[in-house]
Design a protein around this ligand. Structure first.
Ligand SMILES: Cc1ncc(COP(=O)(O)OP(=O)(O)O)c(N)n1
Ligand SMILES: Cc1ncsc1CCOP(=O)(O)O
Ligand SMILES: [Mg+2]
Length: 502
């Protein structure tokens, strides 16, 4: 029997995560402190008490469950997997040495939330490599030294946090001496929220302290609290970002607009689509292209922009020089959000998707965008050079192209051999490498479309290119790892865009 669930567990709102401490709550009692903090805007609660025996913890847990009834705020238990069920909690938070997360998932089943502590990049990589759906979020820390946890791991600092965060697309919370006044240092780290103990449990007025933390989160742009504009302390709906793809259609659903919309949706963004061309296409190749007139591409974009708020744009197949020039003008004059350009020239199956006379027009569009994502052959064409055959050459070409175009370049390494797939991000003379295990699958159709769309969606959430590229690469790697079940045609099939769900 398949262990996959029919639908996702609700994604918890981790924006402001209260971890309880019975001693710090003092005479007020844990339930009263939790009730005040939740009413003021705490979005997730964990019952953590190392000293209570199981029976007492269950009794306290049941009280908390009552406090939280009807609030929509989930209750997790620290460490004790076996008490999730008697308490009626929503899940557990485990540390590196508490229990193997795979075992915890086996015990708790598919409906429970599982959080896992991580203290280093290596632990984040290991957590990200767990079977899909094992853990729901990562705790990352301690960011700063804290008196609340005895014998904690060395503090990772804000830079360490950002480095860890960029290694995974799993939701993540920062923990360890997080206070309202220190939250500015975590802006741009890409975390989905913060977990606090003393900032709330030791506060004289937990409700006021909650409001202060929420306001600081909003200022730092962290969590749903921030995107919902909710410094008011009132729970408000999660604002879903809108992302537009300007690209061609692939009827087989593995690439093009179809792949882009799936990636946007899988990553929590609303997808909009402007078509540049219809293709007659299957997993085996392209038999025909029917371009959309450039004026009608413009009309689609103008009509959309007159109404819809966009948080990011991805540009894919443009097909002709005329459309490429029109899109360049629109991006320059009409689009005011981040833009990712996948300079699509040839499909995975080897079909030409860009007229030869259009290469120049695509190169002219590139300086107008924030990130260009060529594969090896596309970078070679844009540079007028031979294709890179080693990682050293790939690095050189990424730097050269970024300099020539005057924008960021992510030069993908999928075409090179090796146990790892290494993409190189060149930005203002700096180089960063993003590594993932090379996945042994035939289903590589649409990988470029999926990656560039995932980057656009992730940037809409996190406003940071390093975080967006890191999370998108993990998403694509998982989509490749889970792709073999999509055996839809005789040629290279699609990646599994919805792997977190089914
Ligand atoms: C949200 C969150 N993050 C980290 C921890 C720490 O868990 P662990 O590493 O297991 O340490 P203890 O809490 O068990 O001391 C957490 N509890 N919650
Ligand atoms: C449980 C835990 N895990 C890492 S640091 C920490 C304690 C965080 O407490 P505080 O928010 O009071 O520093
Ligand atoms: Mg633990």
């Amino acid at each position: 029997m398949s262990t996959r669930r029919a639908g996702p567990r609700p994604r918890p709102d981790l924006s402001l995560y209260l971890v309880t401490d019975t001693v710090l709550c003092g005479d007020r009692g844990v339930p009263a402190v939790v009730a005040e903090a939740v009413a003021a805007g705490v979005t997730c609660v964990q019952l953590r008490d190392k000293t209570l025996d199981d029976d007492s913890l269950v009794a306290l847990g049941r009280e908390l469950r009552q406090v939280l009834a009807g609030t929509g705020v989930p209750l997790l238990v620290d460490d004790r997997v076996h008490l999730v069920e008697p308490i009626g909690a929503d899940g557990v938070h485990i540390g590196q040495t508490d229990m193997d997360p795979v075992e915890a998932r086996r015990i708790l089943g598919e409906g429970a939330l599982i959080g896992l502590s991580t203290h280093s990049v290596g632990q984040v990589r290991a957590a990200s490599a767990l079977p899909v759906g094992t853990v729901d979020y990562l705790g990352m820390g301690p960011v700063w030294a804290t008196a609340t946890k005895a014998g904690h791991a060395p503090p990772i600092g804000p830079d360490g946090l950002a480095a860890m965060r960029a290694e995974s697309w799993l939701p993540a919370v920062a923990i360890g001496s997080v206070k309202a006044h220190s939250l500015a240092a975590l802006a741009g780290s890409g975390v989905d929220g913060v977990a606090v103990v003393s900032a709330l449990c030791a506060a004289d007025d937990p409700a006021a302290a909650t409001r202060e933390l929420r306001a600081a989160l909003a200022r730092a742009g962290i969590g749903r609290t921030a995107s919902a504009g909710g410094a008011s302390g009132k729970a408000s709906p999660h604002r879903v970002p809108s992302v537009l793809s300007i690209a061609g259609s692939d009827p087989s659903g593995g690439a093009g607009i179809q792949a882009d919309l799936k990636a946007f949706s899988a990553l929590g963004a609303h997808g909009c689509a402007v078509l540049t061309a219809l293709t007659a296409q299957s997993t085996q190749g392209v038999t025909g292209i029917h371009p959309v007139p450039a004026a009608f591409v413009r009309e689609q974009v103008e009509t959309l922009l007159a109404d819809v708020r966009l948080d990011a744009v991805k540009v894919g197949m443009l097909g002709s020089a005329e459309v490429a020039r029109k899109v360049a003008a629109l991006v320059r004059d009409r689009v005011d959000c981040p833009v990712v350009l996948d300079p699509v020239m040839v499909s995975t199956a080897g079909s030409r998707l860009l007229a030869t006379d259009a290469v120049e027009a695509v190169c002219a569009l590139a300086p107008e965008v924030d990130l260009v994502t060529p594969n090896g052959p596309e970078a070679a064409v844009m540079l007028g050079a031979a294709e890179a055959t080693t990682l050293a050459e790939q690095r050189e070409q990424a730097v050269a192209l970024a300099e020539r175009l005057g924008t960021r370049v992510l030069l993908k390494g999928g075409h090179l051999a090796g146990a790892e797939s290494v993409d190189v991000l060149a930005e203002e003379g700096r180089l960063r490498e993003l590594r993932a295990p090379r996945v042994d699958t035939r289903n590589t159709h649409g990988t470029g479309c999926t990656l560039s769309s995932a980057i656009a969606a992730e940037h809409a959430h996190h406003s940071d290119w390093g975080v967006a590229v890191g999370r998108a690469k993990h998403y694509l790697t998982r989509a490749l790892q889970e792709a073999d079940g999509l055996d839809i045609g005789a040629g290279p099939g699609p990646v599994h865009h919805f792997h977190p769900w089914w």
